[in-house]
Design a protein around this ligand. Structure first.
Ligand SMILES: NC(=O)c1ccc[n+]([C@@H]2O[C@H](COP(=O)([O-])OP(=O)(O)OC[C@H]3O[C@@H](n4cnc5c(N)ncnc54)[C@H](O)[C@@H]3O)[C@@H](O)[C@H]2O)c1
Length: 318
């Protein structure tokens, strides 16, 4: 009988005590670490608004949506802003609206550059123009991007949409980063990459878009390890109210109908992006569901796959 009691203490009592003390030690430490990393450290790192005066910022895809709003935020901070996209008229409109709304932003503070970022010479021209005008580059916001919704099994022997997504969402960023690298090293500057939740999770209909955003995140997460002088911030927005959804490429070329009721505004999205850059955040996932999903994915990938599959089946049907 006494032996049995010893055995119970040995096999249940001791493990119980060890686990309990570990939990009571590890849980508070993990919670404090989480709070420090997510709330305290970013505040401590936050660059003051005044340090942005005169900084040179390049923003790609600034003719609409998130890019246009980011341009506005940096211009208000007193930066010199180069806005880049293919549609010159739209870019001029973005520029004149900013100048009209904020009298302290002058004509000379915003440089409009027309360019298709999938064309290497256009990217070179973009960098040359900025250096000619302001002789330095401090922040690059790689925002231009396009999406697609494709059911893989319906492809008819043509993967051109995959190449187009990759060309703009991945290769153009690699090329532009290569071109600005030495300037950013000199200025100890920043790169902000607008990825997507699709860069963190794979979901149905997004084999093309999601792979291009996964690729770009892989590139910048690796590059971060090669440089000490350049800050790299990756942004993963959820659904944002922009033209992006009207321009999604589909196999039949038709537009996709969407209920946009709960989409975040481009202005809110841009405010969070600029703050993330100021606070030196390495990765910002812009929705609560996305943040929880990201933690769960590391521990229970099957659960996330089950959930994404469930939601995706509904969207494939639609
Ligand atoms: N809107 C969303 O729900 C959402 C969600 C997650 C991620 N994103 C990402 O945010 C970024 C900005 O998208 P948005 O929502 O503002 O959409 P948007 O369509 O308003 O903006 C895209 C911008 O990229 C420009 N662009 C497209 N192709 C180009 C090219 N070849 N050369 C130069 N410029 C080009 C467009 O002219 C436009 O200015 C994209 O990278 C997109 O993948 C958007």
């Amino acid at each position: 009988m006494i032996k049995l009691v010893y055995w119970i203490i040995f096999f249940i009592g001791f493990p119980y005590l060890i686990i309990k003390s570990l939990v009571s030690l590890i849980l508070p430490i993990a919670t404090l670490y989480f709070i420090y990393c997510n709330f305290v450290a970013p505040k401590l790192r936050e660059k003051p608004e005044s340090s942005y005066k005169g900084k040179v910022v390049i923003i790609t895809g600034a003719s609409s949506g998130i890019g246009a709003e980011i341009a506005r935020k940096y211009a208000i901070l007193g930066c010199k802003v180069a806005i880049v996209a293919r549609r010159l008229e739209q870019l001029e409109k973005v520029k004149s609206n900013i100048i009209k709304d904020y009298s302290r932003v002058k004509e000379d503070d915003i440089l409009v550059i027309r360019g298709d970022l999938t064309i290497v010479d256009d990217c070179k021209n973009m960098v040359e123009k900025v250096i000619d005008k302001w002789s330095k580059i401090d922040i690059c916001i790689w925002n231009a991007g396009s999406g697609s919704l494709i059911e893989f099994s319906k492809l008819q022997g043509d993967i051109s949409i995959y190449r187009e997504n990759m060309e703009l969402n991945y290769f153009s960023l690699v090329n532009c980063t290569h071109l600005v690298y030495k300037y950013l090293e000199q200025s100890h500057g920043s790169i902000v990459v607008i990825s997507s939740l699709a860069g963190k999770f794979g979901t149905a209909l997004r084999t093309s878009y999601s792979s291009s955003k996964h690729a770009v995140m892989g590139f910048f997460n690796s590059l971060r390890n090669e440089t000490k002088n350049i800050q790299i911030t990756i942004i993963c927005p959820g659904f944002i109210l922009t033209e992006f959804h009207d321009n999604l490429k589909t196999l039949d070329g038709k537009q996709v109908e969407r209920n946009k009721g709960n989409f975040m505004t481009a202005s809110q999205c841009a405010t969070e992006i600029v703050l993330a850059e100021r606070q030196g955040v390495r990765e910002l996932i812009q929705t609560a569901k996305g943040r929880v999903g990201n933690y769960l994915q590391a521990i229970f990938p099957e659960l996330i796959e089950f959930l994404t599959h469930k939601f995706a089946s509904a969207s494939v049907k639609k």
